[in-house]
Ligand binder design. Structure first.
Ligand SMILES: Cc1cc2nc3c(=O)[nH]c(=O)nc-3n(C[C@H](O)[C@H](O)[C@H](O)COP(=O)(O)OP(=O)(O)OC[C@H]3O[C@@H](n4cnc5c(N)ncnc54)[C@H](O)[C@@H]3O)c2cc1C
Length: 361
């Protein structure tokens, strides 16, 4: 990187662009897109600010392989889901938030279906939820999930929505502005030009994702996080400075990364197919591949590194797994394995990457 030695032109604060809206949404990932659509459907003029580009920004930029928290009526109870997520997080959760996911998540599945997102059905036409957590079946596979962000972006660009939702890409708010104890706007700048931007808003929704940069892998490689690396924690800082209640940030999700490759092993994806993590002695050591605490204990002790065991699976399961892991989860992964001349069925060695947020939710 070249560090400029002469002064660069810093745009004047007095030249800040001023924008106005009913509802300001900061962050155009999954939550921000849905929030913008919801506010616009209810008649609000919406401004959506995204520091990257909404079309392919956020954790789901490359898609998702299933909804991990589908509490399908008749198949699972909200109370059981809240209890399982509480256990999986060693009690460090805001149960009222988890309960909202449990009670309102199914309506979201139906809403996504109305947008054209496909969910897996069993032979009776019922949702084919799979068990990944220690108890309960909450994972609903999405056979074409790799296109989910495209589907959401298309909704944002529908004519009726375009008239109500203004999108400004490459604009990064850094502070929520408050007055009289309320959020009334934001101050930020354009990430390419440095030009300042101020927004006056009736309401502000922060949808800036998780904070994947709090913990880095041992390599120190800045993009070596399981989490989307642009979710760097600025949203948490904005919420904190605006006086919002912060919750759950002492809870870390820890994912084993593959040796020599900055991508997750994704044991929780392999789990419903019969794959699981083993320690260096080949012993299974986790009750659930979503539970980070046991894994850390294993790696910190003398039983690491950990491996993803797939060698006992039939070829069709390994192929199905490869098609998920090498396209949706981390598209460079197939190239990595091909370069090594080995398939994941030969075993993956893990190291860990950390980021805060509820595990298994
Ligand atoms: C690799 C991976 C695979 C996953 N697979 C699944 C799965 O299969 N099933 C499942 O249920 N869940 C999955 N998840 C989790 C799921 O993707 C997330 O829980 C969900 O997408 C989070 O949505 P979000 O809107 O909160 O965050 P994001 O979608 O990450 O969006 C946050 C957005 O905010 C923007 N932003 C951040 N700070 C600022 C700022 N200051 N100003 C402007 N913009 C800002 C970011 O650029 C980003 O676009 C996966 C996550 C990862 C990382």
């Amino acid at each position: 990187m070249t560090i400029p030695t002469t002064p660069v032109d810093i745009p004047a604060v007095a030249d800040a662009e001023e924008l106005t809206c009913d509802v300001l949404v900061i962050g155009g990932g999954t939550a921000g897109t849905m929030a913008a659509l919801t506010a616009a459907e209810r008649g609000a003029s919406v401004l959506l600010l995204e520091k990257a580009h909404v079309r392919h920004s956020g954790a789901l930029a490359m898609g998702m392989d299933g909804v991990n928290n589908a509490v399908v009526p008749g198949r699972a109870e909200p109370d059981d889901y809240v209890a399982e997520i509480t256990r999986a997080n060693d009690g460090i959760v805001d149960q009222s938030t988890v309960r909202q996911t449990a009670t309102r998540g199914f309506a979201m599945v139906q809403r996504l279906e109305s947008y054209g997102v496909k969910f897996e059905n069993d032979e009776h036409g019922e949702y084919a939820v799979r068990q990944v957590h220690r108890s309960g079946s909450y994972v609903l596979p999405m056979p074409e999930g790799k296109d989910v962000k495209k589907v959401l972006y298309r909704q944002l660009r529908r004519r009726e929505m375009r008239e109500r939702i203004r999108i400004e890409n490459r604009v990064m708010p850094v502070r929520v502005l408050t007055a009289g104890g309320r959020a009334v706007g934001a101050a930020g700048f354009h990430t390419r030009t440095g030009a300042f931007v101020t927004v006056r808003a009736g309401a502000v929704i922060l949808a800036t994702g998780a904070c994947g940069r709090l913990g880095l892998p041992a390599s120190g490689y800045l993009y070596g996080t399981y989490e989307n690396p642009t979710n760097a924690g600025d949203g948490y800082a904005m919420a904190y400075h605006a006086g919002a209640e912060l919750t759950g940030i002492e809870c870390f999700q820890i994912n084993p990364l593959i040796k020599d490759y900055n991508g997750p092993a994704c044991a929780y994806v392999a789990n419903p197919f019969g794959g699981y993590q083993v320690n260096r002695h080949g012993e299974r050591f986790v009750d659930s591949d979503y539970w980070s605490g046991q894994m850390m204990a294993e790696v910190a002790g003398d039983r690491g590194p950990v491996y993803l065991k797939l060698s006992h699976l039939p070829e069709e399961s390994v192929s199905a797994l490869e098609s998920i892991l090498h396209s949706t989860e981390r598209p460079t992964r197939g190239t990595f394995h091909a370069g090594r001349g080995r398939r994941p069925v030969h075993g993956l060695r893990g190291r860990t990457s950390r980021g805060p947020g509820p595990r298994g939710a």
